[in-house]
Design a binder for this molecule. Structure first.
Ligand code: HXC
Length: 536
């Protein structure tokens, strides 16, 4: 074959590979409102930066006459490119080839990019759209999944791993995304479940649609499986790009510094009046967050899940930070099972990837009740405690208002190796609120007052009964006031050095940035061990 013909052969093969499962199937994909694997990659990466691997790989299966059906690339497009000039590795399952189902060779292709990403220290981004294990391949497909899962596990905490779901993701194939750091789902067309509606019906008798069982909104609001939901595929892909901008490429690097025109010493006057006079009134902690971060940009993670805790990324003085904040607007900011799970996972990601933690505290405690206890709030709360306590990244905590009991400790208190713990003058740092405390400390007096009042009533002396109760109420009010004076201020905690300084709210941005600058060279390691045993 002449050299030119060889080149033509190459170009023809490339063009064939780019057609995936063929025009008809691409049309069907488009009709369903879905993009193809290559279109998704083109949107994800900087223009012209994609370099493809393994375009000529084909499957090796001969069961069911599979040798007669073969497509160059075998159902997944893999390679590397850049996002804002930074290297990332990517694989995108091609639904037009055997429904994006996973074959032995597809797994090898995915493993190759994962191995390369680990060698050079760059994120892996998986774009999922697949009918699961390639049925014709039997255990070879299962082995392929297992190879991927093992790599997901070994890469965890070494390079960031991001999964986006654009179509089906069912059966055991959900476990690769679940092992990664972040899952994004596109609102339309994407779903994830272990067992589909037909099996659900057979086993439990329950009638459920695909969307209700595992649609994007279900995972964003109820299960917490999805960290982000995109309105469209384009929006989802843009969210991946934004996410990447906040995180480092690997566990030895820091997140990119992004210079800002927002002065580090900007005073945010609105914060001096954001805390309502009435301690039972709510405010939106997101107003505090956007008030203190660079240019008001906050990239929220798990926005729709466990909204009583807000977590997400922002920059302060150009540095990436992970923000964890109680949300008084939702369930008074109380911590519960889901909020603790959400917080723990986020804190551990930030710690694994050298992102400092900024914690904003306004928490009345843990949610009481059988619902919480039966669901293991003890263990979930311990997760968050463990996550903050083991984190060695710079930790800056600002108490805005309430910080009571166990939840005070969990929310990155000083003794969990907090670097700088500040408090606003509105802070209340105590074992519990004044009413609860007085009720427990003076239970005996309450009982006596009630008994005496009842006796007086029975003796027909209504006036005396009333007087006894009034005297008791005045006594309790006095004790509550005493308690409030002692604990419902930041100064008792500051007296012991548990709070490093009481700061003016409008100056919070500056004080946090100064603390972050001060702790940039922080070196802290945990005792050598194989691994800790976080209460899972
Ligand atoms: C081989 C598959 C396939 C699969 C789909 N296809 N899934 N081929 N293995 N798992 C093929 C179809 O034959 C069809 O080929 C093409 O992909 C498109 O599929 P359609 O059914 O036409 O598409 P659609 O109507 O959109 O339905 C998509 C679907 C459905 C819901 C995903 O295809 C489906 O239910 N597939 C099977 C899902 C499944 O049970 N997978 C195994 C899960 S168990 P043509 O040639 O017509 O284009 C599992 C275990 C993993 O994954 C364990 C890991 C530990």
């Amino acid at each position: 074959m002449a050299f030119e013909e060889k080149i033509k052969e190459l170009l023809d093969k490339r063009s064939l590979a780019k057609q995936g499962g063929g025009e008809k199937r691409i049309e069907k994909q488009h009709e369903q409102g879905k993009l193809t694997a290559r279109e998704r990659i083109a949107l994800l990466l900087d223009e012209g930066s994609f370099e493809e691997f393994d375009m000529f790989v084909t499957h090796r299966c001969v069961n069911f006459d599979m040798q007669k059906q073969s497509f160059l690339g075998d159902g997944v497009v893999t390679g590397y490119g850049t996002i804002d000039g930074r290297l990332v590795y990517v694989f995108a399952q091609d639904f037009t080839v055997f429904g994006g189902s996973l074959s032995e060779t597809m797994a090898l292709k995915i493993c190759k990019v994962m191995d390369q990403a680990m060698k050079v220290g760059a994120p892996v981004i998986g774009l999922n759209d697949s009918g699961g294990a390639r049925i014709q391949e039997g255990c070879n497909a299962l082995a392929g999944y297992s190879e991927i899962f093992e790599r997901n596990i070994l890469a965890s905490g070494v390079v960031p791993q991001i999964s986006a779901i654009f179509g089906p993701c069912a059966g055991g194939s959900v476990y690769s995304p679940a092992l990664t750091d972040f899952i994004l789902m596109s609102k339309e067309n994407s779903y994830m479940f272990l067992t589909g509606p037909k099996v659900v019906k057979t086993v439990t008798g329950e009638d459920v649609t695909v969307e209700k069982l595992g649609g994007a909104m279900v995972h964003a609001t109820k299960s917490g499986v999805a960290h982000f939901v995109g309105e469209t595929e384009e929006d989802t892909i843009q969210k991946i790009r934004t996410l990447v901008s906040y995180i480092p490429s690997n566990n030895f690097e820091e997140a990119p510094f992004v210079a800002t025109e927002d002065p580090i010493d900007r005073l945010e006057d609105s914060l001096n009046s954001i805390i309502p006079e009435n301690p039972n009134m709510a405010y939106d902690v997101k107003d505090v967050i956007t008030g203190i971060v660079d240019d008001g940009n906050f990239f929220e993670v798990h926005e729709k899940f466990a909204q009583n805790l807000v977590v997400g990324f922002a920059r302060m003085g150009g540095m990436s930070v992970g923000i964890v904040a109680n949300q008084p607007k939702v369930m008074a900011g109380v911590l519960d099972c889901n909020a603790a799970r959400k917080g723990a996972r986020f804190v551990r990601f930030c710690d694994a990837f050298n992102i400092p933690l900024v914690t904003l505290v306004d928490v009345p405690g843990f949610l009481p009740g059988t619902g919480q206890e039966y669901n293991g709030v003890i263990v979930h709360g311990a997760k968050m405690l463990y996550a903050f306590g083991e984190a060695t990244v710079p930790k800056v905590t600002v108490t805005l208002r309430k910080s009571y009991g166990g939840s005070h400790i969990v929310m990155s208190c000083k003794q969990l190796r907090g670097d700088m713990n500040y408090a606003w003058p509105s802070s209340e740092i105590a074992v519990m609120g004044a009413a609860g405390a007085a009720g427990i400390l003076y239970a005996k007096e309450a009982k006596t007052a009630k008994t005496d009042a009842t006796a007086a009533k029975e003796a027909g002396d209504e006036a005396k009964a009333k007087q006894i109760m009034e005297e008791y109420k005045a006594f309790i009010k006095e004790k509550e006031d005493e308690y409030n004076e002692l604990f419902c201020t930041p100064y008792n905690a500051a007296k012991y050095g548990y709070i490093d300084d009481v700061i003016e709210p409008r100056n919070t941005r500056f004080r946090i940035i100064r603390a972050l600058e001060q702790t940039r060279t922080k070196k802290l390691t945990n005792p050598a061990k194989k691994h800790g045993n976080i209460p899972l």
